[in-house]
Write a protein that binds this ligand. Structure first.
Ligand SMILES: Cc1cc2nc3c(=O)[nH]c(=O)nc-3n(C[C@H](O)[C@H](O)[C@H](O)COP(=O)(O)OP(=O)(O)OC[C@H]3O[C@@H](n4cnc5c(N)ncnc54)[C@H](O)[C@@H]3O)c2cc1C
Length: 444
């Protein structure tokens, strides 16, 4: 007989079980979005691969819905199943770096902060996101975009191998040579195929220095500024990632440069020449400081709702729409971050991640604290996204919120969705792992 947490009473675990009423229970079920208030029947805080195997088998034996938790940043709180079993990977939060072979082995519950910190001891890094309390797990499985992506590809492009616990409780390794179909699906297909207990990443000698430049211009000049910013982006080297934000206060454009700050400064004069900036922020900081600078803005405890689009081009009409959005009272404004470079070099068929030729990712969202505002705040974020929808083609799967099946169809073109379905049929035909942006097996 296989051991489960019920047959072992939880005593056979390296970690431990939490149930409603236990001291740590409420803290363990809380995630980034304060709107999420679900109560798992059981939380298994897994401390080893064997614990994850036990957790999957326990859930199946008791017929409990599974949620898998890494950083808890999914805006829908997909890690937390109501009345189900949460596989809480947070105790598996470590990373070890081999500086000689430039590899990091990262446990399935690790946060980006750990990966960055351990890699930077040697001046190394791999692509990670912009807020360090995001989970390596969800971010990488959906793609993983950050300041290094234009130079080194997405987080998922830098994975050499995954260790995975499947729906049957089997432990597999997926790489280009072992279970290559699973390896393909895990790079962009989300948490659909199993619980990843370890990611092996390639690291790069990025050094420890960065430069951030942000210039704010009045909204009246925003169309001209964004046109010029678009042209500069087209010439920008891969060390630079351009970004822009528009709201009622104005338009802020700029870039992040990873590497020697002096070498990144040449982009500043042409940016200043785009108009008459009312504010300028130029910051030289370490890579670890860069990676944590948005942690407070992106912090927990707020109620949240967000939407995203991929923009394959940014014609004048899209610029005008974005500026209109910024100028509309009551709407939350929106931001752009540049793709291109190494992301677009990877052939589309190489991984499940899709829409590699995207020029910019657009995102918008609201944060608030009063539950009475839920409906209004969600409505304005939807309206803001609708303004840019005519220019969109596809969406980042990790930017989806409550779009459901329609959203999954936007995240993956039909041929990739068919291939993902085949992989799902093979590794999770019963859809045990469905609290995610779900790839449904053919029988469901
Ligand atoms: C403040 C903030 C900043 C962000 N910045 C970026 C960014 O810069 N770049 C970017 O690309 N994305 C970014 N994102 C989006 C982020 O990639 C997704 O929200 C992602 O799902 C978060 O992963 P997580 O592990 O923190 O979340 P969780 O809620 O723990 O997990 C999300 C999903 O992934 C699954 N999952 C997580 N870990 C595993 C695992 N080990 N094995 C199997 N399944 C797993 C979960 O079951 C769930 O379905 C950001 C999100 C937030 C909230």
């Amino acid at each position: 007989m296989t051991e489960t947490a019920t047959s072992s009473g939880g005593g056979g675990l390296d970690g431990y079980v939490l149930r409603p009423g236990d001291e740590e229970y409420d803290e363990a079920r809380a995630v980034w979005n304060a709107m999420v208030d679900r109560r798992p029947r059981m939380i298994i805080r897994c401390a080893s691969v064997q614990d994850v195997v036990t957790a999957v088998r326990t859930a199946r034996e008791l017929d409990l819905e599974i949620g898998v938790r890494c950083g808890g940043h999914s805006v829908l709180g997909l890690a937390v199943p109501d009345d189900g079993l949460m596989i809480d990977l947070t105790p598996m939060g470590g990373a070890t770096v081999d500086p000689v072979h430039r590899r990091a082995r990262v446990q399935g519950g690790a946060l980006l902060a750990v990966l960055d910190r351990e890699s930077q001891r040697y001046g190394l890094a791999t692509t990670a996101g912009n807020v360090s309390h995001t989970g390596v797990g969800g971010l990488t499985l959906g793609g993983g975009f950050g300041w290094l992506a234009r130079e080194y590809g997405l987080a998922c492009d830098n994975v050499v191998s995954f260790e995975v616990v499947t729906a049957d409780g089997e432990v597999l390794r997926a790489s280009r040579d072992e279970h290559p179909d699973l390896f393909w699906g895990l790079r962009g297909g989300g948490g659909n195929f199993g619980v990843v207990t370890e990611f092996e990443f390639e690291l790069h000698p990025v050094g420890t220095q960065t430069l951030l430049a942000e210039l704010t211009f009045p909204l009246d000049d925003a169309v001209t500024v964004l046109r010029g910013w678009r042209e500069l982006n087209a010439q920008a080297p891969r060390q630079a990632t351009f970004q822009a934000d528009v709201d009622g206060e104005g338009v802020t454009v700029g870039y992040v440069w990873v590497g020697d700050p002096q070498r990144g400064r040449w982009l500043l004069p042409p940016l200043r020449d785009l108009g008459r900036p009312v504010a300028e922020r130029v910051v030289e900081q370490s890579y670890v400081e860069l990676q944590t600078q948005s942690d407070a803005v992106g912090r927990h405890t707020f109620r949240r709702y967000s939407k995203g689009h991929y923009l394959p081009a940014f014609p004048d009409e899209a610029i005008e729409a974005l500026v209109r959005l910024g100028a509309t009272d009551g709407l939350p404004g929106g931001g752009l971050q540049a793709y291109g470079g190494a992301i677009a070099d990877v052939p589309e068929e190489d991984s499940a991640f899709s829409h590699r030729q995207t020029l910019f990712e657009f995102s918008t969202g609201s944060r608030w604290t009063d539950p009475a505002e839920d409906a209004d705040r969600m409505a304005v974020a939807r309206q803001a996204a609708a303004v840019m929808e005519p220019f969109a083609s596809g969406v980042y799967v990790n930017a989806l919120s409550d779009e459901g099946t329609e959203g999954v169809r936007r995240a993956y073109p039909a041929d990739k969705l068919a291939r993902l379905t085949t992989i799902k049929d093979r590794y999770d035909p019963d859809n045990v792992f469905h609290l995610n942006q779900n790839i449904r097996p053919s029988a469901h």
